[in-house]
Design a protein around this ligand. Structure first.
Ligand code: PSU
Ligand code: MN
Length: 304
C-alpha cells in the first residue's frame, strides 16, 4: 500500500484521540517562501496546542503520507518541483514516484481513507467566475460529496463565483453551516454577503452534527464548517474588489488556465495589496486550524 500514516497519527486514531488533517497545497503553492515553512510548522503547533494531533498530508517520492515529518514539511515547502495534486492526480503521482502537494480534494480523500474526521484549511476551491467560458469548477466540490469528512474553512476563495459555488454544494448534497455567523464567509473577507441556512456556535454543536451524520449513515458527504476571518483581520473590502478585478483581467490576458489559475490569483492579490491579502489569508487559516482542533476534540470526547 502506498499510503503511509505516521506512527503518531496512527496511534492517536487507534486510541480515539483527536486528529486534524492539514493540506499541503497552501504551503507549496498558496504562500510565498520562506514564510510557507514557518506557517506549516505554526499550523501544526496550533493543532497541538488545541489538544489534537496534526496530520499534514502530501505525496513524497510516490508515497502518500498522512502526517509529514519535519523532512517532509521542508521538502514540500522548499522544493520548487513539487506538483499540485488534486484527487485525480494521486494515482499517477504514486505510480511514477512523483512529489506533490495535495489540494483539498486529494487531502480530504487521503484523510478520510486514514480514518481522520476533521480537516482544516484556508478556503475551498469552487466555481470560477468565468465558468460559462471555461467550465472551471474545482474538483474539491465533487470530492466533498463523496467523503464524510468535516472541513473547517473560511468559505471558498473570494476569487470564485460564491453564489454558484453554494448552489453546486447544494446540488451535490454537501452540508454547509456557518460558524458563529448567518453569512457564508468570503475567505479574505468576513462575509461573502451570501446567507447560510444553518448557524452553529460551539465546537460541541458541530460535533453533534458530525455524530448525527454518522447516525444517518449512507450516503456520506462532507460537512463544511464555514468560519469567518475576524472582521478586524479581514482585507479591506474595497481594496479586495478592486485588486481582484485587476487580477482576473491579468489572468485572462496572460491566458492562465487550469490548475494555474488559483495560485496566480492568490499571488496577484498578495503582491497588489502589499501583502495585506496574505495576512488576512493567514488569519483565516489560523482561526480554522484552531477551531478544527476544538471540533476534533469535542467529537473525540464522545457525548450524545
Ligand atoms: N486556499 C488557500 N490557498 C490555496 C488553496 C486554498 O488559501 O492554495 C488551494 C487548496 O488546496 C484548494 C486548491 O484545494 O487551492 C483549489 O485549486 P483549484 O481551484 O485548482 O481546484
Ligand atoms: Mn480549476
Amino acid at each position: 500500500m502506498s499510503t503511509q500514516v505516521s506512527e503518531e497519527v496512527r496511534e492517536a486514531l487507534h486510541e480515539g484521540r483527536p486528529v486534524v488533517a492539514l493540506e499541503s497545497t497552501i504551503i507549496a503553492h498558496g504562500l510565498p517562501r520562506p514564510r510557507n515553512l514557518t506557517v506549516a510548522r505554526e499550523l501544526e503547533a496550533l493543532v497541538r496546542s488545541g489538544g489534537a494531533v496534526p496530520a499534514t498530508i502530501a505525496v513524497v517520492d510516490g508515497v502518500a503520507r498522512v502526517g509529514l515529518d519535519e523532512g517532509g514539511l521542508v521538502r514540500i515547502a522548499e522544493d520548487p518541483a513539487v506538483r499540485k495534486l488534486g484527487h485525480r492526480d494521486l494515482a499517477p503521482a504514486l505510480a511514477t514516484g512523483a512529489t506533490g502537494a495535495t489540494t483539498v480534494s486529494a487531502t480530504a480523500w487521503l484523510a478520510d481513507t486514514a480514518g481522520i474526521r476533521v480537516f482544516a484549511t484556508g478556503g475551498l476551491g469552487g466555481v470560477h467566475r468565468e465558468w460559462t467560458e471555461t467550465q472551471d469548477e474545482s474538483a474539491d466540490l465533487r470530492l466533498l460529496s463523496r467523503v464524510g469528512i468535516t472541513v473547517v474553512c473560511a468559505g471558498v476563495k473570494s476569487i470564485l463565483d460564491v453564489p454558484a459555488t453554494l448552489q453546486r454544494l447544494e446540488t451535490l448534497g454537501v452540508t454547509v453551516v456557518g460558524y458563529g455567523t448567518e453569512h457564508f464567509p468570503g475567505f479574505y473577507l468576513a462575509s461573502s454577503g451570501e446567507p447560510v441556512d444553518w448557524t452553529l456556535r460551539t465546537p460541541e454543536e458541530v460535533a453533534g452534527v458530525i455524530r448525527a451524520k454518522d447516525a444517518l449513515g449512507e450516503p456520506c458527504a462532507g460537512l463544511i464548517v464555514a468560519n469567518p476571518v475576524p472582521e478586524a483581520e479581514q482585507l479591506d473590502p474595497a481594496l479586495h474588489d478592486r485588486v481582484l478585478a485587476q487580477g482576473a483581467a491579468a489572468a485572462k490576458e496572460k491566458g492562465i488556465g487550469g490548475q494555474a489559475v488559483t495560485p496566480f490569483l492568490l499571488e496577484y492579490l498578495m503582491v497588489h495589496t502589499d501583502g495585506a491579502s496574505l495576512e488576512a489569508n493567514l488569519a483565516a487559516v489560523r482561526g480554522n486550524v484552531r477551531l478544527g482542533a476544538r471540533i476534533a476534540s469535542a467529537y473525540a470526547g464522545g457525548g450524545t
